[in-house]
Write a new protein. Structure first.
Length: 421
């Protein structure tokens, strides 16, 4: 993946291009549909996403000229499951009259929501779901700002091969790796991409297990893993299954040298640390930047919007450290603003042309992202910079790439459970 591009005159010029300017008077309103799971099993993350949208909406309206010179207004729908996602997308398009819908956090929701939007000739702007199939359906109304599962798997194996292997005193081809995942499209897409990339490095796959994330017992899987004796456990989890696995792995004294995850769910969810405290120490989660992130390493325009968002977050929540859900939603909404301002319309053909014309380097947007959309509507994985975080004493902190953080990884290898202090 490409590294951050050095800042200079081009970066300053880009800041002007991005519309980073003083607040201006807004004329009229622009309604944007937002779909998130605000009830049900995914509500915690859905509410974080919505809060990220709301903070960025207020920031766009107060400091960055609204959207196409108009005040941005969010019209919200609750999407706890695929059926509701489809029906709410239809409602937003037909009854609320929105021309763009954004959301939905989850890979189990984005497909139904975007297909309903397509039937209503409405643009669908996804900021989180990573199902690789999402942008492979030939839908011209569909765009995704976030990395997809292929990118998640790619980054995870890069981290394992180029960072963990040397720290463990091994070549990548000497590593024994086990793949464990919940069986949704998110888990499968990320896992299969990681498996393919691991083979390119010659890693030794010693186990592959899928399970339903609502399971209440992972002991049989853990016993299989004990027999397989992996060095690395690549585990893609949702939320409660990550907590369950960790507790039962300790009960069964499963020892591996590292656990690697991707996404704002499972090990990437703040709930993992809240549930386990210091017992959560050790696992890695690929996500948006956490504590330790060096904002001054971004392009000047990226620094400006990142600082502005964190200031607004602190004013609303008391914390200037955003959760992954905050960053995904806010970063995606900021990029949508840039696209609309460039297109000057939400008419699909002109909007799509403006999106495909974007060519923003890594480090010029929130989260250190860039933007270069493929014809499929996918923001190029190479432009969606991601970070490896690690649970350290109740906090998920950025540890890699090392040049982008002040924190450093610990417990490599993990060692006995009672020594991870």
């Amino acid at each position: 993946m490409k590294k951050l591009i050095a800042a200079g005159a081009a970066g300053i010029a880009l800041a002007v291009h991005l519309g980073i300017s003083q607040a201006q008077s807004l004329k009229g309103e622009y309604k944007l549909g937002v779909l998130e799971p605000l009830t049900g099993n995914l509500a915690v993350q859905g509410k974080l996403h919505l809060e990220g949208y709301e903070i960025m909406r207020d920031l766009i309206n107060s400091r960055f000229g609204g959207v196409m010179g108009r005040k941005l207004v969010l019209v919200v729908g609750d999407a706890p499951d695929p059926t509701a996602a489809g029906s709410e997308a239809t409602r937003l398009a037909t009854r609320e009259g929105v021309k763009i819908i954004t959301g939905t956090f989850s890979s189990i929701l984005c497909g139904a929501a975007s297909e309903a939007a397509a039937r209503q000739s409405v643009i669908y702007w996804e900021t989180s779901c990573v199902d690789p199939r999402f942008t492979r359906r030939g839908l011209k109304n569909v765009f995704r700002t976030e990395i997809d599962g292929v990118g998640f798997g790619w980054y995870n194996i890069e981290f394992i091969a180029k960072y963990l292997a040397p720290r463990l005193g091994k070549k990548p081809s000497e590593l024994r790796i086990a793949f464990l995942s919940e069986d949704s499209s998110y888990g499968q897409g990320t896992t299969e991409a990681a498996r393919a990339r691991a083979k390119e490095f010659g890693m030794q796959e010693v186990a592959l297990e899928y399970y339903t994330f609502t399971t209440n017992d992972l002991t049989p899987v853990i016993l299989k893993l004990k027999d397989a004796k992996p060095d690395i456990l690549h585990h893609i989890a949702r939320d409660q299954d990550a907590i369950l696995f960790w507790r039962q792995a300790r009960e069964q004294n499963l020892e591996v040298k590292a656990v690697v995850h991707a996404g704002a769910t499972g090990y990437g969810n703040p709930g993992f640390g809240k549930a386990l405290g210091n017992e959560a120490n050790g696992p890695f989660a690929l996500s948006e930047p956490g504590p330790g992130f060096l904002i001054d390493k971004l392009q000047p325009e990226g620094q400006k919007i990142e600082h502005a968002f964190r200031e607004a977050l602190k004013a609303k929540t008391g914390s200037d450290v955003p959760a992954g859900g905050h960053q995904l939603a806010a970063g995606g909404l900021w990029l949508l603003k840039l696209a609309l301002d460039a297109a000057k319309t939400d008419e699909l053909d002109k909007f799509r042309a403006a999106v495909l014309k974007m060519d923003l380097p890594v480090g010029s947007l929130m989260n250190g992202w860039g933007a270069k959309f493929e014809d499929s509507g996918q923001n190029s994985n190479e432009r969606v910079q991601h970070y490896m975080l690690q649970w350290q004493n109740g906090e998920l902190v950025s540890v890699w790439p090392e040049q982008l953080t002040s924190k450093r990884a610990k417990w490599i290898p993990l060692g006995p459970w009672n020594q991870r202090k």
